[in-house]
Ligand binder design. Structure first.
Ligand code: MLT
Length: 266
């Protein structure tokens, strides 16, 4: 299905590129791959061009030799748009993908026609969370990815999710290079507090949360939404942190309606 590779910043970057029309970029969470969007790619690509990358170090994209950061990833994704000659995109990011989305909005505002922030937050890590990430970063390179999968999956997935969701998340995590898990945690621990620039994100923005999300609670997302000048918040019922995987039949219509609204306003 439209699987491609290009070279970005000296490493290969894998992505799917399917459909035609206004471009939408789906950016995965941590430590996952483009496959978390399998329930969206086919459906959205009936009316839109859907670009769905594996971030460097994840899935089929090469492990980055350098330090990672939300800003660096945002720049890589802007470079990908340059390679594809796409001027503007609707950026859809889940959790870590959403942290990258805030940076993309700050650094590449002119490339953005809309932003969808799923199960994510604007505030940076507390000291305690950052410390925990540093501990995992130090241990994962010794233990491998299994303990990370074991501890993360119960938090990522809500109690109503189909078992197949946890199974596919487990596969993605176990296939991830422990070095990338370590670098990803360090990158998230060092990210900036995006609340500083939320009020400047003037593109239409949709925030989507899940009522069973333990990692980014819905009420926190609603507060972030209030800081954005042109946004609304939608909460999906019976969904944990992985709303696009857990509740695609509720998630997809929200995205499709947003894309229709954007096409009417352009
Ligand atoms: C994610 O889903 O991307 C992670 O839970 C984000 C995080 O660890 O903050």
């Amino acid at each position: 299905m439209g699987q491609k590779e290009t070279e970005i910043n000296g490493g290969n970057l894998f992505f799917t590129d399917v459909g035609s029309g206004a471009a939408v970029m789906l950016v995965h969470g941590f430590p996952l791959t483009h496959q978390m969007w399998d329930n969206q790619i086919a459906e959205l690509s009936t009316k839109n061009r859907v670009i769905c990358p594996d971030l460097p170090g994840f899935g089929r994209s090469e492990t980055s030799r350098s330090v990672l950061g939300m800003d660096i990833w945002a720049d890589h994704l802007a470079d990908l748009l340059n390679v594809l000659e796409i001027e503007k995109v609707v950026f859809v990011g889940l959790s870590m993908g959403g942290y990258i989305g805030w940076e993309f909005a700050r650094r590449h505002r002119d490339r953005l026609s809309g932003l969808v922030a799923c199960n994510t937050r604007a505030i940076k890590d507390t000291e305690q969370i950052a410390r925990g990430r540093k501990m995992v970063a130090a241990s994962v390179v010794v233990t491998g990815a299994k303990p990370v999968a074991d501890s993360m999956i119960p938090k990522l997935v809500g109690p109503d999710a189909d078992k197949s969701v946890s199974e596919s998340i487990r596969k993605m995590i176990l296939a991830t290079d422990p070095e990338s898990i370590a670098k990803g945690h360090l990158a998230m621990a060092g990210r900036e507090d995006a609340r500083q620039w939320l009020s400047q994100i003037d593109v239409p923005t949709l925030l989507i949360g899940g009522d069973q999300d333990q990692i980014t609670p819905a009420d926190e997302m609603e507060s972030d939404s209030e800081m954005l000048p042109n946004s609304r918040f939608e909460c999906i019922s019976s969904a944990g942190h992985m709303t696009p995987m857990e509740q695609p039949t509720k998630f997809n219509p929200l995205i499709k309606d947003f894309l229709v609204e954007l096409s009417g306003s352009s």
